[in-house]
Structures are given as structure tokens and as C-alpha cells.
Design a protein around this ligand. Sequence first.
Ligand code: PLP
Length: 437
Amino acid sequence: MESRVWHPYTQMGDWSKFDSITRGKGMWLYDSRGRRLLDGVASMWCNVWGHSREELVRSMVSQTRRLQHSSLFNLTNDKAEELARMLVRMAPNMYRVFYSDDGSTAMEVSVKMALQYWHNKDEKRKTRIATLENGYHGDTVGAMSLGYVPAFFSSYKPLLFPAFRTPAPDRYRLPPGFTFERFQDHCLDKIEGVLSKHENIAAFVMESGAQVAGGVTIFPDGFQKKVGKICRDHGALFILDEIATGLGRLGSMVEYKTQGCVPDIVSFGKMLTAGYLPLAATLATKEIYESFLGQYKDMKHFFHGHTFTGNPLACATAIANLRLYKRHNLISRVEKSSAYLQKRAAEITRLEIVGDVRHKGMLMGIELVSDAVKKTPISPDKKVYQKVFKEAKKHGIYLRTLGHIVMLVPPLAMPEEDLEFLVDGTISTIRNVSKKI
Ligand SMILES: Cc1ncc(COP(=O)(O)O)c(C=O)c1O
């Protein structure tokens, strides 16, 4: 039967058919023919406990029997309330939670909130956004404007709002003549330069802890804290995106806490429901929230909302998930798994076409290059993304690359024996792919 599905970020002409996944159990995905694949990318970086985790399924079934959906327009629901309380307890300095459906919409919410904050305070000039080069914040129009990836988004450029962009502290590709320390200072100077020159900047937006889709650039300790301070000094809000990096991915529940900084607005998504249902949350400080209070006629309230904002089923799943984090002390398990990945990183670095391996927590980016000295990325016409996927399948693992970067983003609770299978399979995959390009 001919498929009618159009797949995301996929050159459909390259694929005659896709394996159909019909079941998931633990760390494994099973296809319609009963073959299994280890989920090496946590089903797009969101799975926490593996698939079909009993406690989560039970909470979903029980919530489904009680209430599937009721909106937050003029009403509330017990699960949205309980989850919001849990989130503000977890995230220092945050006061209120605004729900949306996915990471992209959470970032739209962040930016709209920031602009309206200034508008409500009668600072109507503050309408511009500054951000880091090479960031990624999602695929909706506002999110693409923030994380503008030229290779992906150039055809939509006429629709996007302009943003000030400053370089990110990329350790692998330093500009000539720079040490990494000097380059970090240079990046901070650039941010300071833009914010001091343009008083109309409403907010500075960045991923918290690391840029992920931009190629796994892990920020050096102290960088983010200094950015926060620059924002405060220059009267710009500091917006963090913890959609891919919070809730354990980098080894901390709340990455900004580890980094010793405090944003004005922060978003979580992906792992919030353990990767079982779409849900994201944008958290704001009391100061931001209170700027939206007033008389109805003042029109200061937040003009944003989705059909499924605060969906009780997704919120109930997130509550059950966050309880599991505590019960099983997941963050300390991630620490051990991270140490295992770090131990294996050296082996991966030695592979012929590997230029660089970047790792933190349960995130690893393996950059494949055609010339290790010049650090030349393997060209897109080598179709590395497809070769890696097919070769990995032969080794029983599901991998998805970001262009020429192999991503290891396993479910956070992946046990060591599965991590070993994943790393062994990845090494064999890269070895075999290197013979074919
Ligand atoms: C840092 C970051 N922000 C936002 C998003 C967008 O999230 P979503 O795909 O759920 O819209 C992503 C997705 O990968 C992301 O990595």
C-alpha cells in the first residue's frame, strides 16, 4: 500500500519505504516484522525511562479514564496545577508556568512574553532579540527567527524577524590566532557590545548548557553565568531554552542551577512527559508575571494559548515522570552513565573519519570529517545521514545524524549493558561507513 505520510526533515525521494515501528518495550523499538532496534536517540531526544514503562502507562490510563482534556480558558485542572507547583519548586526563582504543546511553541511563548513584558512596562522601544549564532530553538516562524540555521531555513527568511547574533564559544573551530579562553572572552565581549549599543534589545536568548541541534557545542563553565550578568547590566531579559538540555540530559535537573545563573524566562519540553506525550512549559519570574496584571481594559494580559494548553493527560504523565526521577534518583544514575560514555569517547575519537567527540551527560556528538587537519565536514552528497542509519540498523541500533554529526542521545535511564551495545554498534557503524565514503 502506498504511504501518505510525509516525514520530517527527510528527502522523501531518498527513501522508498520506512520500517514501521509498532511496539516499544524498555530501550527497544520493535517493527512490524518483529525486528528490534535499540533507541539510540531517545525517540528524538525525549525518552527518559525507555518505552512502555509500567508506572507511566498506568498513570496515563488512569488519567484517561478520569479526564482526557479540559481547557485552561476560564477553568483550570488539578493536573496542570500540581505540575506547575512541582516545576516552580524545581526551578529556582520561577513563579508561574505557561503551558504549550512542544519546544517550538514554548520558545514562541518565551519571546512573546518578553516583548509584552516591556510593552506592559511602557518600554515600547524594547522590541529586538539577541541570540547566539548556531542556536536552534524549533521550527515555527518565531523559533526559526531565533535559531536561524541558514542551510535549513533560507527559503523562509523573508518571513523571519531579524535578530542580533553573536558567536558561540565553539572549542573545535576556533578562529585563527585564538586560544579557547580568549575566544570565550571574545564571545562575551561581542554580547556586551551588542547589548550596550542597542538599548532596544528586549531579551537575549540561548540554549542552556549546550547548543544541541547546532552541532553539540558544550558551553564552558561560567560562560552562561557571565551572559546572564551582561543581560542584567544592560537591561535585557535573559531567556534560556532547556528543552533539550534540562531535566537530566546534561546531568542536571535544571541546567541553569548548575551553571549558577538565573534566567527571567526558561522553557522545558521533550523529557517533561518522559517522551510519552507532547507538552512543554515556559516558566517566568514573579517580576515578569506581575507585569501582566492590571484591569482587563488595559489589555496587559498574555495573548497566547493553544487548544491543548495544560492538557491534563500530558500533565498527569509529567507528574508521574518527575516522581520517578526522585524515586530512582535518576540524576545520579545519569552521572554514572555519563562517566561510562566519557570513558568510551577516547575510542571513538581515534576512528578514522572522526574529527571531534563532544560529550556531556547523556548527550554525545560525533563529528565526521573528510580532513581531520582542516576539520572539513563530510560533504552532504555523501549522504552520511542515510548510510549511518542503514549501517546502524545492521548493528541493531537506531541512530539519526545531524548532517555529518552522529548523535548519541539515549534514554536517560539506559542501563550500562545497553549503553555498551550502543557504543559498540556506533563504533562498528562509523568504521563501516568510513569504507563507503
Ligand atoms: C534546544 C531546542 N529548543 C527547541 C526545540 C524544538 O522543540 P520541538 O521539536 O518539540 O518543537 C528543540 C528541538 O530539538 C531544541 O533542541
